[in-house]
Structures are given as structure tokens and as C-alpha cells.
Design a protein around this ligand. Sequence first.
Ligand code: PLP
Length: 401
Amino acid sequence: MDYFYGPGRNHLFVPGPVNIPEEVIRAMNRNNEDYRAPPIPALTKNLLEDVKKIFKSTSGTPFIIPTTGTGAWESALTNTLSPRDRIVSFLIGQFSLLWIDQQQRLNFDVDVIESEWGQGANLDVLASKLAADSAHTIKAVCIVHNETATGVTNNLATVRKILDHYQHPALFLVDGVSSICALDFRMDEWGIDVALTGSQKALSMPTGMGIVCASPKALEASQTAKSIRVFFDWKDYLKFYKLGTYWPYTPSIQLLYGLRTALDLIFLEGLDNVIARHSRLGKATRLAVEAWGLKNCTQKEEWYSDTVTAVLVPPYIDSSAIVKRGWQRYNLSLGLGLNKVAGKVFRIGHLGNLNELQLLGCLAGVEMVLKDVGYPVKLGSGVAAACAFLQNTTPLIASRI
Ligand code: PLP
């Protein structure tokens, strides 16, 4: 048997896919519909307008695509660039590594800036590359806002400042898969040309929807970009936007209704409140890690992530044993260490539709698991540190005041 029933809820604390709120589950529990009849175009029109808000963009053009984050990457790259274009990309963990692999396989000339895993993007090297590029051979700068493998958040405002400082016209392409709807993200203000996310992260939906937002400059670039694209070609989407039918192929009716409810919940709480909640949960998690006497994989405070914390374990412990034990004994799902940090870190995802007490349940579970695997943790230490902080900072629920 490969499936074991566990009583109660599974405590899902991997950094995506995350918990889906009941309201979203119920909204998706419906029959198919004729997508050419008036309701679906009307629903889509509103979704396209509303989804721009999660990017903090008014000038962008969104594309809601039945794909995952990986497909959203491909959409961003192939619509704006041509084979052999030189692009600068930062390698800081498993997801930036996978994006770079895709960039290379799509035949771009990728100039990789590598940092130790646990560090953020090296923006000094970016500055020197842009300074040396008066001929403007660099066509795009690609960056993962939040590296989910190491819990590192990069500073996008600084990237924009550097591009502006050198008056460099490179496109600014951003993976916001584990940041958008959870971390401060300002597409227009930071001059981002393409931003993208996936539905199973902070939007708290099932996997299967990639959402891409393109600036006017990115749309212009798409007119001359020569990369081969078919399914992801923005031209086809724009043609159907103009026609008012919106879909060049059959949309997932259920996911569209799910997105409607997911956005409604985010707007009901208030996007800025959602971001503040993530900041609180991130800080509470880090306080617990400190109280356990363990180290954050993220080397500097400026890169701390409010959506995922990668916890370094002592060398005598294999971090995968922690993940395995959490699942086997406490119905707790934690994130494994990936690639270079496999066995060395376990990850606590604290993103999406999640509240303080859910997080405390996870932290209590981690403490018991740590004791199980032979780490001398004082039971209750991390929970107490997190509680002390959360008791002081958790606001009343806005709709219940
Ligand atoms: N980018 C980041 C930062 C991610 O965390 C992930 C997945 O976890 C991806 C991209 C890839 O997304 P997907 O698995 O939806 O293709």
C-alpha cells in the first residue's frame, strides 16, 4: 500500500503547492460550461482586469495560461527574446538553476552570475556587466524574486536602480512564483517588463494556471522576438482579447471560477494585509528557528524570505529524515532540501491562505520531529518564541471587528 490514512488534517507546510481555502474548493466544484456563451468571456474580462492588482500594475497586459510556473517562464522568454540573445541570469538555488537550464535549452546566450546557495543575487556583478555593455548586447536581466529552495528574497528595486543608473534598455524579467500575492511586489514602480506566477503558491489554488503580466515595452518586444512559440504566443491571446471571446483554446472553467474566488478572498483581506500577514508568519518562523538553536540557510537578514524558511540542520542529522518523520508520525508535510542543499536543510513553507495558529501547529510538530531525530531541542522553545511575537502583533480579523 502506498497511501496511509492519517486522522485529522494534513499539515501542509511545503512551500507550494499550498492549502486551498474551502471557498475556492467549493467555487471549483462545478460542471463544465460552453466557454463561448456570454458568462465565461464576462468572467475572463473581469479576471484579466483584477489579476493586474496582484502585480501592482495598471499598465501591464496579463495572460492567464493553463500551465505551471515552468510554462510561465517559457511564455516570458519566448515572447520577448530571439535565439542567441544575450541574457543575464542569477544562479542562487534550484529554481533559478532550472530557469537557467530552460534559458539555455531555448538557445539564449546566458551570462550566469552565480552565488553561494543561501546568498542573494550578486547585484555588484550585474552593475559591472551593465557598465561594460555600452553596446547594449544584454537583451534581458532574469531574476527569481524569491528562491524557494533556499528562502532567499532578492531586492528588485535595486535591480531597477542599477538598470536605470546605466540607462540600460535590457528587459527586466521576474519570476514571482513564490512571491506574488505574499511579498511586496510592484511591477510598474520597479519597471518590471514581465512578471509571472503559478496558481499553487500564494494564490492558494490548485496547480495548473500560470499568470504572466507583460509591460508595454515587453509587448513591443514581442512584435520582433523570433523565438519559436505556438501555445504561448501572446499574439493569439491578444487577437481573442480584441474579439472579446478571450480564449484561443478551451479554458479550464473550474480554474477560472477558482481564480475568481481566490482573488476575492485576497481583496477581502486586502493585498497589503496579506503581505503583512506573510511578514508576521515569516518573522515568527525565524524566531522559532533561532530558539531551537538552528541556523537559517539564508545568510543575511536583507534576504530573509517571508514565504519560506530553509533551516540548516547539524551535520550529524540528515534533513530528509526530518521530513520523512514529520509525515510518518505527525501528518506534517515539510519541504525537502533540494540539490546542493539536499540532506542539509528542511523547508517550512509559510505562504498562501494560512493563519497564525496553523503555523504554530507546524512549529510544534517540527520540535517533536527534531527531538525524534536526536536533536537536543527544548520542547516548546520555538513555539513560545513565535507565540510571544504573534500575540503582540496579530491584528483583529478585519471582517470581525
Ligand atoms: N519558480 C519558483 C521560484 C518556484 O518555486 C517554482 C516551483 O516551486 C517554479 C518556478 C516552477 O514552478 P512549477 O513547478 O509550477 O512549474
